[in-house]
Write a protein that binds this ligand. Structure first.
Ligand SMILES: Nc1ncnc2c1ncn2[C@@H]1O[C@H](COP(=O)(O)OP(=O)(O)OP(=O)(O)O)[C@@H](O)[C@H]1O
Length: 270
C-alpha cells in the first residue's frame, strides 16, 4: 500500500496549561477525504496550523510525504478560515489564483499558456470567471472565498487543508466548491483534510471523520463515528444522532456547555 501523504504519530498540542489533544495517530492517504468535526475551541484550526508548521507540537511527529513538516510547503494547498481581504489589497482575483500555481506565491508569476489555462479552469470551476479582473478587496465575502479556493487547488497540491471553506457560501456555491474539491482528489489524488462544523454538505464525499471533543478524539467512517454511543461517550452525556433524508442531525448535550450547545444548535438548524 502507498505511503500516507500525511502522518501524525502520537501528536500532542498544549497551549500553556491547556491540552487540546494528545495521543493523536492519524494517517491520510492520497485521494482520501477526511472531515474534521467538533465544537468550537477543540483545536481543529490548530491541527491545520501544526500541519502547516505554523505551530509546533508539544510532542509527537507530523510528516508530509515522509518528511517532517515545516513552514512554506508548496505541496500543501490551504484555504484559511475566512477573513475579509484588506481593502488596500490592490491585486485582481485572477492574480491571487495565479499565485497558487507551482507554489509561486510572491511576485506576479509569469505563466505558461498551460498554466494560464489552469488558472482559467479553476476560476471557472468556482464560478468566479465574471469577476476575475476585479480587485479582490472589492468582492463580497463569499466571492473572495471562491477565489481562495481556486487558488488552493490550482497548484495541484498533494494535501489540501480547508478550514470551514463553505462558510458564507450560498447552497449552490457550497455544492460547486465541494464538488471541485472532490473532483480534485479524484483526478490527481490530492489528500483532503476538511474542517467543518456541519458534515452534511460533504457527507457523500467523506471517507473518514476525525471528531474532536473535550480533549478526546475518534477516527473512523461517518457511520462508525457519528453514532449516539460514540458521541455520548465523548461528551459524557446523552447525545442523539438521527439520520434523515441522507442528513445527519446531532441533538443533545450538557446544560451549560456553551461549546457543545453551540455546536449542536448549528447542526440542528443547518
Ligand atoms: N497561539 C495560541 N496560543 C494560545 N492559545 C491558543 C492559540 N491558538 C489557539 N488557541 C486556543 O486554543 C483553542 C483551540 O483553538 P482552535 O482555533 O484550534 O479551535 P477550533 O476547534 O478551530 O475552534 P473553532 O471551531 O471555533 O474555529 C482555543 O481556545 C484558542 O483560544
Amino acid at each position: 500500500m502507498a505511503a500516507p501523504v500525511l502522518e501524525l504519530t502520537d501528536a500532542r498540542l498544549r497551549y500553556g496549561d491547556r491540552e487540546l489533544w494528545s495521543g493523536l495517530d492519524l494517517q491520510v492517504r492520497a485521494g482520501e477525504f477526511l472531515a474534521v468535526i467538533g465544537p468550537n475551541g477543540t483545536g481543529k484550526t490548530s491541527l491545520l496550523r501544526a500541519i502547516l508548521g505554523q505551530v509546533t507540537l508539544t510532542s509527537g511527529r507530523i510528516e508530509l510525504l515522509g518528511q517532517p513538516v515545516g513552514r512554506g510547503n508548496d505541496r500543501i494547498g490551504y484555504v484559511p478560515q475566512q477573513k475579509p481581504l484588506d481593502q488596500g489589497t490592490p491585486i485582481r482575483a485572477r492574480d491571487l489564483v495565479a499565485f497558487g500555481v507551482n507554489g509561486r506565491r510572491w511576485g506576479l508569476p509569469h505563466l505558461s499558456p498551460a498554466e494560464r489555462r489552469r488558472v482559467d479552469e479553476a476560476l471557472d470551476a468556482v464560478g468566479a470567471t465574471a469577476y476575475a479582473k476585479a480587485p479582490v478587496a472589492s468582492l463580497s465575502g463569499g466571492e473572495q472565498q471562491r477565489v481562495r479556493i481556486a487558488q488552493s487547488v490550482v497548484g495541484n497540491p498533494a494535501l489540501l487543508l480547508c478550514d470551514e471553506p463553505l462558510l458564507s457560501l450560498d447552497l449552490a456555491h457550497q455544492r460547486a466548491v465541494s464538488e471541485l474539491i472532490d473532483e480534485q482528489r479524484r483526478r490527481i489524488d490530492t489528500a483532503v483534510v476538511f474542517v467543518t462544523h456541519d458534515v452534511n454538505p460533504i457527507l457523500g464525499m467523506v471517507d473518514r471523520v476525525l471528531y474532536l471533543a473535550g480533549g478526546q478524539f475518534r477516527v473512523g467512517t461517518p457511520d462508525e463515528v457519528l453514532r449516539s454511543e460514540v458521541l455520548s461517550e465523548m461528551y459524557g452525556t446523552t447525545v442523539d444522532v438521527f439520520h434523515s433524508r441522507g442528513r445527519i442531525i446531532v441533538v443533545g448535550g450538557p446544560e451549560g456547555s456553551e461549546a457543545h450547545a453551540h455546536h449542536i444548535d448549528e447542526e440542528k438548524h443547518a
